[in-house]
Design a protein around this ligand. Sequence first.
Ligand code: UD1
Ligand code: CA
Length: 458
Amino acid sequence: MPGDFTVLIMAAGHGTRMRSDLPKVLHPVCGKAMVEWVIDAARQAGAGDVICITRPGDGVAEGLPDSVTVAEQREGEGTGAAVLAAREAAPAEGAVLVLSGDHPLLSAELIGQVVDTHGREGAAATLLATEELDPAGYGRIMRAPDGSVERIVETKYTEGLGTEELATREVNLGTYAFEASDLWSALDEVSEERDEVYLTGVFPILRERGGRVVSHLTTDVSSAMGVNTRADLMEVDRLAVRRLLDDHAREGVTVLGPDSTRIEAGVTVGADTTIWPGVTLRGETSIGKGCEIGPQSTITDSTLSDGVKAVHSFLTEATVEPGASLGPFAYLRPGAHIGEGAKIGTFVEVKNSNIGAGTKVPHLSYLGDADVGANSNIGAGNITANYDGRRKHRTTIGDGVKTGVDTSFVAPVSVGDGAYTGAGSVIAEDVPDGALGIARPEQENVEGYAERKEQPPG
Ligand code: UD1
Ligand code: CA
């Protein structure tokens, strides 16, 4: 029945165990909010309508894609109250899948398997289960003598259980398939426990009515885990990072240090790119083909074209054209645009500047609010003095320029094509094409100085 099912995502819990001001389902896992992972998996599995249950004013609804319907849980506590809040928005009949917003690793494959099992077994309800996790923190599945699911016992209620029941390793993973009409009528009858309405309370009711509740058992631990605590979040994040690295590897990316590398959700990397250890790629970053990234680079919201090298570099909102090389120890800040084949070397910082094709800035420089042409060479230790204390001004440097070491450019100022600057110059006036701009005090040598200094006094 792919495409025939409506998905409800429960995302209105308080997440108290996270000890956070941020709602639990908005905590990012490998750069993407937990609830978005679940929405994406549902879409990939072929969901029809996706309805997300949120709390009014918690900020979850605001970040959701437009394609998702929002149902507000205004009253009541617990997963049953959450699902009830979606009743108006959901269909009265047909297949309904209920997912938990705190199971970000849930895969489209597993959703598909639950849907298939549900259809094949003709069950009143089907839930996803595993025996591979520590049962503490989940609801344990208690089975009737006929092997069907009888009820779910939450960890906090296990005091009353016998040793055999306590030995149960099979737990509920918070993914359920229902026939909508059965779900709604059963939920009406679930009574409150400790001021909460539990969705799992529908199972005994469905059984009493002669329905069968079955579980779909999975061994896929990397898709099973839920998040209640920050410790869970750490573990789930680790698994998500690995899953994404595996996806990139399948697409032709070499990852040499998977345990120290993080490529967050949404980042694209071209084939034949090598990622060395200690690399983090985040946000809206795209890396071209045949690049060498790292070791030790952090790249956020940046676009790198094919064949770029970035060693020990830190980039935010930068654009780098093909074949350019960065680092070691380059710092590209927002608006840095590095031309084809250009080189930004060691301890060089570039902000809001265009560096032309083939231009080299090899050592110890700061270029801010600058436009540098093609094939120029910026000497070591060049600085743009772009800020006069009130406003920022631009520095323009032409094509084929060679600046001496330790040149300062007091913006606004421009240096023409093919011009030179003398080492140690403070360039505060424009330098015409082909000229040498030199602005430093002339050297004076004090003859015999050392000898006089070494004379004993008197
Ligand atoms: C729930 C299940 C448990 C299962 C586990 C899987 C119940 C009673 N228990 O327990 O059997 O093993 O999930 O992870 O269902 N939520 C709301 N509104 C609420 C309360 C919760 O939308 O009022 C949402 C939460 O945001 C979360 C999900 O429902 O995404 C599960 O809630 P949580 O409190 O984490 O349930 P568990 O105690 O983990
Ligand atoms: Ca949970």
